[in-house]
Design a protein around this ligand. Structure first.
Ligand SMILES: *Cc1c(COP(=O)(O)O)cnc(C)c1O
Length: 406
């Protein structure tokens, strides 16, 4: 018999995964056993500063007391009904999430990819029933280097060969244009276009921030050409960039917003399509659904997340500390950093390839007690919990400086 997990070392546990766990990830060699706030602890009791925050699923840090409390209370009362019945948590969640985002109606789902899939279905149905596109002819325009998730339909319009290879045949009906290029978008949109689907900031691509005016331009173009603007804010939304939504930096309200990751407070998967009433109204009973979407536990945690964001405190922290992050990274340019892009507490840092790959920098930072994740090549992403202190941010930047010096 094998020993209980708690007596096994990190190395044992990593070895034990190999024969039984699909190899679709290549994690850094750390085995996390507990966490609180900005800090995680491995099975040997070593502590690390979390500068990834679950790809922004942990915007409020690990086990935020208000979120844990909301989850505990709900666990003790009601966890699942399915949507066959009403439950007493869903109306408030939808009402407050819609109010927070400036939109009207909510379709609750679970994972980000499900929100994207649902948004695509809604946009297509809207194109046929409202816009009058001939049956099965609707197109959706997307951006190159996008990341919207991992389902068959979503990887159909990915430009990342690793994400696509071996998974065809793919779903038709998508047109790919360069990101941050309004002229290309203008040329790709026609009478079949249901929607333009973009990330306001491309996270997985390396925190790629479009030029000022791009998002406002997409809004103007989609309105003028009669198609929907769908903003995938699954990673950029909910405080990360210093605003509730990244589109707010350009004062833009899309027709449809896709949320996920931080909406579940790092506790449960919670995602949502939030849209104008006349758009989401195309869904009637039976046309779409999810056994777990909008379940009582998800709604309770999601409502607690909305409560935290209603105060504006986390958006303000991200904006203020984002300045500290930017200053720190500016000081590293030419000292191992080639370039960086940052907005709020979110940065893509291009490291000099001579210093190391993103993966190698991640490994060296791990040894310094800091967790980061590379995106691709020599780019690392910094996205700490929005609860991080200025001192902790200084610790992380200091470690990055030391690692880059070699
Ligand atoms: C993570 C992410 C998704 C997919 O979310 P999952 O919960 O992993 O399915 C979609 N879009 C963006 C922008 C993301 O960052």
């Amino acid at each position: 018999m094998t020993a209980p997990a708690r007596t096994r070392t990190s190395a044992d546990l990593i070895r034990a995964e190999e024969p039984v766990l699909a190899h679709n990830y290549h994690p850094l060699p750390v085995v996390v056993a507990r966490a609180e706030g900005t800090w995680v602890e491995d099975v040997e009791g070593r502590r690390y500063l979390d500068m990834l925050a679950g790809y922004s699923a942990l915007n409020f840090g690990h086990r935020h007391p208000a979120l844990i409390e909301a989850a505990h209370q709900q666990l003790d009362r009601l966890t699942l009904t399915s949507r066959a019945f009403h439950h007493d948590r869903l109306a408030e969640f939808a009402q407050r999430l819609a109010a927070l985002t400036g939109l009207d109606m909510v379709l609750p789902m679970n994972t980000g990819a499900e929100a994207v899939e649902s948004g695509i279905k809604v946009a297509r149905k809207w194109a046929y029933e409202v816009k009058g596109v001939p049956a099965d002819r609707a197109t959706i325009v997307v951006a190159a280097e996008n990341f919207h998730g991992r389902t068959t339909t979503i990887v159909s319009f990915s430009t990342d060969e690793t994400a696509r290879a071996g998974f065809g045949p793919f779903t038709p009906g998508f047109r790919i244009v360069p990101y941050n290029d309004l002229a290309a978008l203008e040329a790709a949109v026609d009478e079949t276009t249901a929607a333009v689907l973009i990330e306001p900031i491309q996270g997985e691509a390396g925190v790629v921030i479009p030029d000022d005016g791009y998002l406002a331009g997409v809004r103007e173009l989609t309105r003028r050409r009669g198609c929907l603007f769908i903003a995938d804010e699954i990673q950029s939304g909910l405080g990360r960039t210093g605003r509730t939504l990244a589109v707010e930096h350009e004062g833009v309200v899309p027709d449809m917003l896709l949320l996920g990751k931080a909406l579940g407070g790092g506790i449960v998967p919670v995602s949502a399509v939030v849209a104008r009433r006349d758009v989401l109204a195309v869904l009637g009973p039976g046309s779409h659904g999810s056994t777990f979407g909008g379940n009582p536990l998800a709604a309770a945690v999601g409502t607690a997340v909305v409560s935290l964001l209603e105060t504006g405190e986390f958006q303000a922290r991200a904006a203020t500390l984002g300045g500290v992050l930017r200053d720190g990274l500016t000081g590293l340019v030419g000292r191992g950093v080639v370039a960086f892009r940052a907005r709020g507490l979110w940065a893509g840092v291009d490291v000099d390839p001579a210093v190391g790959t993103g993966r190698e920098i991640g490994e060296r930072l791990l040894a310094e007690g800091v967790l980061v994740k590379d995106t691709h090549g020599s780019t690392i992403r910094l996205a700490p919990p929005l609860t991080i202190t200025e001192e902790e941010l200084g610790t992380a930047l200091g470690a990055l400086g030391r690692v880059l010096e070699g």
